[in-house]
Design a protein around this ligand. Structure first.
Ligand code: TXA
Ligand code: MG
Length: 402
């Protein structure tokens, strides 16, 4: 119901601030969107995780427009979306494409919220992978995404459809608010089911490294292929192997503090000073009650999942942060959730959002070039892309506390 109303609102929005929005479940929309992609256009489409900002992955100019629309620094590579796992061999070197672990994970989890980073073939332009010798590949599990990729007949490079550093969109309205008419077309598929981005695993050159916890639980992957390495963010080579591990990321506009309402030492974070507008992001109803017992009153409250289920928490995370962002807050206090299953992805996003609150936050250094076992490639050919000097928050966080 809410979604239908949202669609109706989007249709009457002024076209200057909005792309063309078409219903994703209409075959005619898919045909139009596929033609746009083939012609070098930018098409936003729903996936089961978050909305993606898609372009033809084999067209460097189209991909450059993605970087420009997102104001994304050229050092952060894009995920390439495929219609099915049989295409992996077209874009990854056979040494990696034939790795039995790839077949195993693909058979078990694709289509789904898993991205595999493998050494790339030369036909993937350098701008897609930010000059890295590897490419992230994913087969999304959403009927609109799959129909679109299949109809277009090309691999689709697509980051989350938000400006760099900001909150990922889980509804069409989030995309319109963040990117407006910077994209050519938006396929509306309603709210995203999983709600956090895919889990990213590097399987290149025999390694198995967790680059980003996400919508597929790490435990499920490890049950198939054994333990994953977790990169040490301070170690040499990590920034080159995992440029997306920006210190500050996924950030709402207001400062975000992570604090446990049951910890007496954290009580100050829940106190609201006169004139302050503080939002509460609780992990569960019990967490909300605990926070209200030690602080408040809160100007806005969002509960990730009434019973504290991490799957529900992941599904509502970005929606809750977008809602808090719209409430004109001076600060958000967020309750940690258990760091297992999809809770690990939620905590990863919350920790990065919290780091975004400080001015320095450990942001990535653009264009790093030394080190890493997989970093022998040259610089990206990112015409039209912003350079690495862009801070993650520059685009959509003009105001508070950074
Ligand atoms: O669920 C998702 O993954 C969504 C939907 C649209 O598919 N996409 C998404 O894309 O979240 P993006 O660009 O917002 O995040 C992709 C992450 C970045 O952290 C990027 O650095 C990392 O994946 N990545 C992509 N290719 C990589 C590569 N070759 N090596 C290392 N990291 C890579
Ligand atoms: Mg993103």
């Amino acid at each position: 119901m809410r979604h239908r109303i949202e669609r109706a609102i989007l249709r009457v929005m002024p076209t200057t601030d909005s792309p063309l929005i078409l219903p994703g479940d209409d075959p005619a929309s898919i045909a139009i969107a596929a033609a746009q992609l083939r012609a070098g256009g930018l098409v936003v489409f729903p996936t089961e995780t978050v909305y993606g900002l898609g372009a033809n992955a084999l067209d460097a100019r189209a991909v450059a427009r993605v970087f420009a629309a997102k104001e994304r620094p050229a050092f952060d590579p894009l995920i390439v979306h495929l219609a099915d796992s049989s295409s992996v061999a077209l874009y990854a070197l056979s040494e990696d494409a034939d790795d039995p672990r790839v077949a195993r994970l693909a058979a078990r989890f694709w289509p789904g919220p898993l991205t595999l980073v493998l050494r790339k073939r030369a036909l993937i332009p350098g701008i897609v992978t930010a000059g890295l010798p590897t490419v992230g590949l994913r087969v999304p599990d959403h009927p609109v995404a799959r129909a679109l990729i299949r109809a277009a007949g090309i691999p689709v490079a697509a980051p989350s459809a938000n400006r760099f550093g900001g909150l990922s969109p889980t509804r069409a309205a989030h995309v319109v608010a963040g990117l407006g008419a910077r994209v050519d077309l938006l396929l509306d598929g309603g709210p995203c089911r999983v709600g956090v981005e895919s889990t990213v695993v590097l399987l290149a050159a025999g390694r198995a490294v967790l680059l980003r916890p996400g919508g597929l639980a790490v435990e499920a992957i490890e049950a198939e292929i054994g333990p994953l390495e977790v990169p040490d963010d301070g170690a040499p080579g990590t920034a080159e192997m995992a440029p997306g591990r920006a210190g500050a990321h996924y950030a709402p506009r207001a400062r975000l503090d992570l604090a446990d309402p049951r910890d007496p030492a954290a009580a100050a974070a829940f106190a609201v000073r006169p004139g302050e507008r503080v939002g509460l992001l609780a992990g569960s109803d019990a967490g909300r009650a605990a926070a209200q017992a030690v602080g408040g009153p809160y100007a806005a409250i969002e509960v990730l999942d009434a019973g504290g289920d991490p799957v529900g928490a992941a599904a509502h995370l970005f929606e809750a942060l977008h809602a808090l962002d719209a409430a004109d807050l001076s600060r958000i206090v967020a309750e940690p959730v258990p760091d297992t299953g999809l809770g690990r992805a939620v905590m990863d996003r919350l920790r990065r959002a919290a780091r975004g609150a400080s001015a320095t936050g450990g942001e990535p250094s653009g264009g790093a070039s030394s080190g890493g076992p997989l970093s022998e490639a040259g610089p990206p050919d990112g015409a039209g892309a912003s350079d690495g000097a862009d801070a993650p928050h520059g685009a959509d966080a003009p105001d508070v506390n950074r």
